[in-house]
Design a protein around this ligand. Structure first.
Ligand SMILES: N[C@@H](CCC(=O)N[C@@H](CS)C(=O)NCC(=O)O)C(=O)O
Length: 217
C-alpha cells in the first residue's frame, strides 16, 4: 500500500489532498518533528534530505511535494473520470499545468521557505528580521499575480473550468500565508477560491486526518 510520511499541515498536504481526491488506499506515517524524527537515521535512510513529505509506492521512494502530486495524478488517474488532475500530455492545458507548478514551487513556495526560515540566510538578528519582512513583501507581489490570474481565468480554477493538482498545491501554499499582514484569503479572487476548495470533502478529510484545525487559511 502507498505510504505518505507526513507532519501535520506541512508540504505533505497537497499530496494528501490529491490521494483523497483520487480515492486511493494509503497509509499515513507520522514523522514527529517535535522529536526531530526527520533528522534521525531511520528517516534519513529513506530520505537523506530529512524533509517531509516522502511517498513510498512499491519500490519507488519519492520526495518533493510537487513531484509526488504529478506522479500520483499520472499513475492513478481519477477512476470516476469526474476530474482530470493532470491534463493529457501535449495539450495546452498540460503546458499551463507545468507553468503553474514551476511558478508555485520555484517562486512562491521558495519565498515562503525564506519567510519561515530567514535564520538559514543570516545569523544576524536584525538582518534575519529584514529578510523575513522582504520575503513577506515578495509573497504579497506573488499573491497579486495569482489573484490577477484567477480574475481572468475562464472558470473557477487556475486552468479555467478544470480543477487540477495545481489548485490543491496552491491551496496548501495559501494556508501558509495565514499569519501574514495580508494573507491569501484577503485577496478578492483568492479568498472566494479558497472557500470553494475548502468545501471539497478531500480537503476537509485530509485536515481532519492530520489533526489540523481551523482556521485553515
Ligand atoms: N521542496 C520540498 C520542501 C520540503 C520541506 O521543506 N518540508 C518541510 C516541512 S513543510 C520540512 O521538512 N522541514 C524540516 C526541515 O527543514 O528541517 C517539498 O516541497 O517537498
Amino acid at each position: 500500500m502507498i505510504q505518505l510520511y507526513y507532519s501535520p499541515g506541512t508540504a505533505c498536504l497537497a499530496p494528501h489532498f490529491l490521494m483523497e481526491e483520487l480515492g486511493l488506499p494509503y497509509e499515513l506515517v507520522l514523522v514527529d518533528t517535535s522529536k526531530k524524527e526527520h533528522q534521525q537515521p531511520a528517516y534519513l535512510q529513506l530520505n537523506p534530505n530529512g524533509k517531509i513529505p516522502l511517498l513510498i509506492d512499491g519500490d519507488l521512494q519519492l520526495t518533493e511535494s510537487a513531484a509526488i502530486c504529478m506522479y500520483l495524478a499520472d499513475q492513478y488517474p481519477d477512476s470516476s473520470k469526474t476530474n482530470n488532475f493532470s491534463p493529457a500530455l501535449g495539450t495546452p492545458a498540460r503546458a499551463q499545468l507545468y507553468q503553474w507548478m514551476m511558478y508555485l514551487t520555484n517562486t512562491l513556495q521558495a519565498e515562503l521557505l525564506t519567510y519561515f526560515y530567514p535564520d538559514r540566510l543570516s545569523e544576524d538578528e536584525a538582518c534575519t528580521a529584514q529578510v523575513k519582512a522582504k520575503a513577506e513583501q515578495r509573497v504579497a507581489q506573488m499573491l497579486e499575480y495569482v489573484d490577477a490570474n484567477l480574475a481572468k481565468s475562464k472558470g473557477a480554477y487556475l486552468l479555467g473550468t478544470q480543477l487540477s493538482l495545481a489548485d490543491l498545491f496552491l491551496f496548501m501554499l495559501c494556508r501558509w500565508t495565514r499569519g501574514m499582514q495580508k494573507p491569501a484569503r484577503a485577496y478578492p479572487h483568492i479568498g472566494p477560491y479558497l472557500n470553494v476548495l475548502l468545501e471539497r470533502p478531500s480537503i476537509a478529510k485530509a485536515f481532519k486526518m492530520e489533526g489540523v484545525e481551523a482556521p485553515f487559511y
